[in-house]
Design a protein around this ligand. Structure first.
Ligand SMILES: Nc1ncnc2c1ncn2[C@@H]1O[C@H](COP(=O)(O)OP(=O)(O)O)[C@@H](O)[C@H]1O
Ligand SMILES: O=C(O)C1=C[C@@H](OP(=O)(O)O)[C@@H](O)[C@H](O)C1
Ligand SMILES: [Mg+2]
Length: 175
């Protein structure tokens, strides 16, 4: 039985790598954000605005517990998932956890062009964004570092880099 949770900051590649990895392993892929959006018929952005972050984190935990019961699954969590409640402990208890570790410069480059969908990054200038990423990583590192495995996900910019990363992740997990 394969149950893998990919964790890491926004833009680390959880969705991109998770999807490709699940395809390679021939198991279903679940992106926790997409799962929540489907369940509530709302975008993550709308849920944040309408309910506020605290309430979003509660439903995120509930949905994590739901997908954590699935057998044979690759789950891409949201960037904040490991940092609330006992979510990290929960994931470590029921599956393999991987921290996608990516240098802040690379995260900045990726998120600059992909910040619209991410409520936490709304309205930030480039300078604000850079500082915000560095500070957030600092705060979140104690949670991310509880993952069983650490994986360098700095190479996801092309199809060939993605498939090379998939193979590297496979090796890391011994699969
Ligand atoms: N099809 C793709 N081709 C090349 N690069 C991509 C592709 N998809 C995503 N990326 C890169 O990977 C980054 C990580 O995105 P994403 O997987 O959404 O991260 P996360 O789910 O961790 O927030 C993107 O911002 C982009 O730079
Ligand atoms: O880092 C965070 O707190 C968040 C990350 C997002 O997921 P991605 O990491 O997939 O962008 C999404 O869950 C929400 O916008 C909050
Ligand atoms: Mg994602």
């Amino acid at each position: 039985m394969i149950r893998i949770f990919l964790t890491g900051y926004m833009g680390a590649g959880k969705t991109t790598l998770g999807k490709a990895f699940a395809r390679e392993m021939n198991v279903p892929f679940i992106d926790l954000d997409w799962y929540i959006e489907e369940r509530f018929h709302k975008s993550i952005r709308e849920l944040f605005t309408e309910r506020g972050e605290a309430s979003f984190r509660e439903l995120e935990r509930n949905m994590l517990h739901e997908v954590g019961e699935f057998e044979d699954v690759v789950v891409s969590t949201g960037g904040g998932t490991p940092c609330f409640f006992d979510n990290m402990e929960y994931m470590n208890g029921c599956g393999q956890t991987v921290f996608l570790d990516v240098h802040p410069d690379i995260l900045f480059r990726r998120l600059r062009v992909a910040k619209q969908q991410r409520p936490i990054l709304q309205g930030k200038t480039d300078e604000d964004l850079r500082t915000f990423i560095v500070e957030a990583l600092d705060k979140r590192e104690p949670f991310y570092s509880q993952a069983r495995y650490r994986f360098d996900a700095g190479y996801l910019e092309s199809r060939s880099q993605i498939s090379e990363s998939v193979q590297r992740l496979r090796q890391l997990l011994g699969l």
